[in-house]
Ligand binder design. Structure first.
Ligand code: ADP
Ligand code: MG
Length: 278
């Protein structure tokens, strides 16, 4: 036994809380929202971890804490054992990348897809144009887009293609961890499964660790080795996906499971329920 134990934990939340303070009017004064409460979770190397919970339970807030985009009110986030709050944005970006629900909002309408995917390489100081070109071409191919997409503009692509672009841009710096917050929720039902299959393939071929966040149990179930269940800002249950699905321990998880639609076990891909209406 050595003093320094090697660990396969790549990302860890240690007792993180996030409280927002809102001004709710002249008479009522300040109101606080505890979006995340004393949440502890770890992500292991090559693991796909699902985070499930209904809308407003704090999933996106937790993801921003895990990405180091916001500091927790309490607790800490460790990336490869190092406090993420003390790391540079660029240092974090080389290891950890987000994929959000709506790729359109993060794409510049006047920039081609090739320029958008190349930008992180510029920002990270890759000066050699040929190296950049090769990396962009490789990642566009990896996400299943034809080469001609590189000269397209965002409005010329479908929602599914734009999400593939967002995934390509997240991968171009060759990070080892992706945090995907509702990556299929804005997509047509028929396209959702394609994007999930893509994430699953990329995870294998690139050796990624994934956090997949969704309000939709079936999305999470399809990809995840483990599932964490969030309820009003708290972690209520975490375990192997099969175990949580077959024998949920917490009453809230039991309710979530009971309300989910049946899955066709022969389909290979999930029989996804449509996203909730506006
Ligand atoms: P989810 O992603 O699970 O739908 P969110 O993390 O977006 O949940 O929101 C959790 C709670 O925190 C909600 O009550 C939301 O209104 C509140 N919240 C999230 N972000 C902010 C913010 N920047 N300022 C104030 N309240 C916020
Ligand atoms: Mg959210």
């Amino acid at each position: 036994m050595t003093a320094l134990q090697t660990t396969d934990i790549v990302l860890e939340a240690r007792g993180v809380s996030k409280t927002y303070t809102l001004n709710s009017g002249l008479l009522s004064g300040k109101r606080t929202i505890e979006a995340v409460k004393h949440f502890s979770l770890d992500l292991k190397k090559n693991e796909a971890l699902g985070l499930i919970g209904e809308s407003g339970c704090g999933k996106s807030t937790l993801s921003r804490l895990l990405l180091g985009l916001e500091p927790p009110t309490e607790g800490s986030v460790l990336l490869h054992g190092e406090a993420i709050g003390g790391m540079s944005r660029k240092g974090v970006a080389r290891i950890l990348q987000p994929v959000f629900q709506d790729p359109y909002s993060s794409l510049n309408p006047r920039e081609t897809i090739g320029e958008a995917v190349e930008r992180p390489l510029w920002v990270h100081g890759i000066k050699d144009a040929e190296v950049r070109r090769k990396k962009v071409a490789a990642v566009i191919e990896a996400v299943g887009l034809p080469k001609r997409t590189l000269s397209s503009y965002p409005n010329q692509l479908s929602g599914g293609q734009r999400q593939r672009v967002a995934i390509a841009r997240a991968l171009v710096l060759e990070p080892s961890i992706l945090i995907c917050d509702e990556p299929t929720s804005a997509l047509d039902v028929s396209v959702q499964a394609q994007i999930l299959n893509l994430l699953n393939d990329l995870r294998r071929t690139m050796g990624l660790s994934l956090i997949l966040i969704s309000h939709d149990l079936q999305v999470v179930q399809f990809l995840s080795d483990r599932v964490a269940v969030m309820y009003f800002g708290e972690l209520v249950e975490v375990g192997r996906t099969e175990a949580v699905m077959q024998a949920p321990q917490h009453a809230y998880t039991q309710r979530l499971l009971a309300s989910a639609l049946d899955i066709d076990p022969d389909a290979g891909i999930p029989a996804l329920s449509p996203p909730p209406g506006p």
